[in-house]
Design a protein around this ligand. Structure first.
Ligand SMILES: [Zn+2]
Ligand SMILES: [Zn+2]
Length: 73
């Protein structure tokens, strides 16, 4: 369950970006991005873990599941 919006739907990836455990440690990517931008911080308010945040208008974490790396045989 996402600790920001309290939704557990799997429409979006749930990240565990900090050292919090359990339900406090899972956050949707977009929720984390919104929370960080709205609170203007880069630290978890609970465990004070510093998020590796790059403030770009793109997703915080780009998870590539496609094998796009060119690998010639
Ligand atoms: Zn959420
Ligand atoms: Zn934390």
């Amino acid at each position: 369950m996402c600790r920001i919006c309290h939704e557990g739907s799997s429409q979006e990836d749930l990240l565990s970006p900090c050292e919090c455990t359990g339900t406090l440690g899972t956050i949707h990517r977009s929720c984390l991005e919104h929370w960080l931008s709205s609170s203007n911080t880069s630290y978890c308010e609970l465990c004070h873990f510093r998020f590796a945040v790059e403030r770009k208008p793109r997703p915080l974490v780009e998870v590539s599941t496609r094998g796009t790396s060119p690998r010639a045989q």
